[in-house]
Ligand binder design. Structure first.
Ligand SMILES: [Zn+2]
Length: 104
C-alpha cells in the first residue's frame, strides 16, 4: 500500500489488516493515518465472493451434523474467504489509501 502523505509504500501484513477493520492505517514511515476508500462495487463483489466461499462448509455441515450448523458454516466460511479475498485485492492495489480529510 502507498501512503498518500509521504508516498512511501509499505506491505499489508495480516496483523496490520486485522488491526484495522475500519480500513484505517497508520503509515510506518511518517505515522500519519490514512484510510481505504470503500467502493460500492468492490463490496458487492466481496460479499458475492464471500457467499460463494461459505457454500462448501455449509454443504459439509448440512451432511453432518445438520440442524443449524450449515448456517454457522456458511457464515464462518464466508468470513474467512471474504477476508482472504479482501486482503489479496488490497495487496494487488485495488483499493488506494487516501487522506482522511481532503480539505487542506
Ligand atoms: Zn507516510
Amino acid at each position: 500500500m502507498r501512503c498518500p502523505f509521504c508516498e512511501c509504500s509499505f506491505p499489508l501484513t495480516w496483523a496490520r489488516y486485522l488491526g484495522a477493520p475500519a480500513g484505517r492505517h497508520a503509515c510506518p514511515a511518517c505515522g500519519r493515518r490514512s484510510r481505504l476508500r470503500p467502493g460500492l462495487s468492490y463490496w458487492a463483489l466481496l460479499v458475492l465472493a464471500a457467499s460463494l466461499g461459505g457454500i462448501p462448509p455449509a454443504l459439509a455441515l448440512g451432511w453432518w451434523p445438520g440442524g443449524y450448523w450449515p448456517v454457522a458454516g456458511w457464515a464462518i466460511g464466508g468470513l474467512i474467504s471474504g477476508a482472504a479475498i479482501d486482503k489479496t485485492l488490497l495487496d494487488a492495489g485495488w483499493r488506494k489509501l487516501e487522506r482522511p480529510e481532503q480539505a487542506a
